[in-house]
Ligand binder design. Structure first.
Ligand code: ADP
Length: 489
């Protein structure tokens, strides 16, 4: 209690860190990036390029090729040829060696990849260095292990690859999402055309360099950059056999309509509005860390962000006080600084969307709290924000904001917590904080959420499946389930 700010106003005033920026000297970037098709970097037929900028400085980093339908056709054709002539015939044991090699090369280039991820996307270097890049390597390692064991993974079921996988990913975990998609596709004997998000193409293109250097047969992985039209061209291409999409629910619905009536397989990982549920018997300090980790680190740019907090009435006051105090200590600023907790918002458009929601929450009558930190003058930054006294019908409770905004509600009984947690259009993830294992099991069996963390939050592992209910999509990525999504039986 003595550490609580109200009782000790001096407590936080000395918490100043010296700047500790990660060096950019070691990274290799080109001024212009082409499309990666059939093992080579090629100019786009569109002849068009777009800028990718650093959202923390608003400076241009590089130009990225914009793929049109013709480019996508070349990529899909390369993937189909590679599938028919090489990849589907290659024994799993041989495929595994390439996948393993890619994993090792990601590890070797981890520092460079982390810095580029942070420069291009705005996330704190601590996050890209400790989470994105190691997990990306781990996904390749994990799926390399399965490539020659598919008959054991699915006994008596004769697993068969699908063909060309069209994969479209968002900007929140650019390299990691590419790894989530590419690694299981290759392990199961499929070839790939992947499109990264338009604001964060760089690490996917660095991955293309790694793939080229790894000696993976030409055309097995193709990476095309561009906007929604490029993504749509992949989805609609007749020779694409499987579509794997991670992104907004709106685009997910468009994709689902587009492929209805075709025999393309589909997995959709869409939005979320996860609740962290804190019971009276929970370890409150750990819960505070879990809540902060769930919504504020990574700027709330996570589909499974814990963007709602449901706290049991008896501990609501103390928990909210602890949460506010912890928010005062969060460092918002230069994403390349190793002390930064909250980096830049990914784009100007996303920042205005978040600011719009902050206005909506205030107009709905919720009580707003933001810490007293100042924001850098340049770049797209947002203060971590709490909305207190919200009710279930508030838009800040129902809708995905994808920013560092946490809506807080209270509850009295287990039933009320379940009711409130489930009463939203999404069902991707949730967190439960309690001392009682039985309460956890009771809750998890009644919650409509694909992933439920207990006394922790946002923990990922390649072995565990991830995916949602309701408007959060369907299909699972990760683990054995992630293999099944790329196979016919
Ligand atoms: P977010 O809100 O996370 O940016 P989007 O759903 O807009 O999510 O974008 C996710 C990915 O989907 C990006 O790579 C984007 O370019 C792509 N995309 C956008 N519109 C379409 C579309 N109509 N068809 C296919 N892909 C699309």
């Amino acid at each position: 209690m003595s550490k609580i700010k109200e009782n000790n106003p001096e407590y936080f005033t000395d918490w100043k860190y010296a700047p500790s920026p990660e060096s950019k000297d070691h990274i290799r970037l080109q001024n212009r990036y082409e499309l990666f098709i059939n093992g080579k970097f090629v100019k786009p037929n569109s002849k068009k390029y777009f800028d990718t900028i650093n959202p923390a400085t608003e400076e241009k980093i590089a130009e990225i090729a914009e793929a049109n339908e013709k480019d996508v056709d070349l990529a899909v054709t390369a993937a189909k040829n590679a599938y028919d002539k090489v990849w589907k015939k290659m024994p799993g044991k041989e495929r595994a060696k390439y996948i393993y090699r890619i994993a090792r090369m990601i590890q070797e280039k981890a520092r460079e990849l982390a810095v580029i991820e942070t420069m291009d996307g705005g996330k704190a270097i601590r996050e890209s260095r400790d989470i994105d890049v190691p997990l990306a390597a781990n996904h390749f390692f994990y799926y390399a292990g399965w490539a020659d064991k598919l008959e054991y993974a699915f006994p008596n079921r004769k697993p068969q690859s699908l063909g060309v996988a069209g994969q479209i990913i968002p900007w929140n975990f650019p390299l990691l999402m590419a790894a989530w998609k590419i690694a299981p596709a290759l392990a199961t004997g499929n070839t790939v055309v992947l499109k990264p998000a338009e604001t964060t193409s760089l690490t996917a293109l660095k991955l293309a360099e790694i793939i080229q250097e790894s000696g993976l047969p030409e055309g097995v992985v193709n990476i095309v950059t561009g906007f929604g039209n490029t993504g749509a061209a992949i989805v609609n291409h007749a020779n694409v056999n499987k579509v794997a999409f991670t992104g907004s629910t709106d685009v997910g619905k468009i994709i689902q309509k587009a492929i209805a009536g075709t025999n393309k397989k589909l997995t959709l990982e869409l939005g979320g509005k996860a609740a962290n549920i804190v019971f009276e018997d929970a370890p409150l300090d750990q819960a505070v860390e879990g809540i902060i980790n769930g919504i504020f680190f990574n700027q709330g740019h996570v589909c499974c962000a814990g963007s709602r907090l449901l706290v049991q009435e008896g501990v609501a006051e103390i928990l909210i006080r602890k949460l506010k105090d912890r928010m005062e200590t969060l460092i918002v600023g230069d994403p390349l600084d190793k002390n930064t907790d909250i980096g830049a918002i990914n784009s100007k458009e996303q920042l205005s969307k978040i600011n719009e929601y902050i206005k909506i929450g205030t107009n709905e009558g919720a009580e707003i709290f933001q810490p007293s930190c100042s924001l850098p003058k340049k770049g797209f930054f947002c203060k971590p924000t709490l909305f207190l006294n919200t009710s279930q019908s508030h838009r800040v409770v129902q809708e995905e904001i994808f920013g560092p905004v946490l809506a807080v509600q209270t509850f009295r009984t287990v039933e009320e917590a379940i009711e409130k947690a489930n009463n939203i259009p999404f069902g991707l993830s949730a967190g439960i904080w309690t001392d009682k294992g039985s309460k956890i099991f009771n809750m998890t069996s009644k919650m409509r959420a694909g992933v439920v963390w207990a006394n922790t939050y946002n923990k990922f592992d390649p072995t565990s499946p991830f995916g949602g209910y309701k408007e959060s999509g369907f299909g699972r990525e990760g683990g054995l389930h992630g293999l099944a999504a790329y196979l016919n039986f």
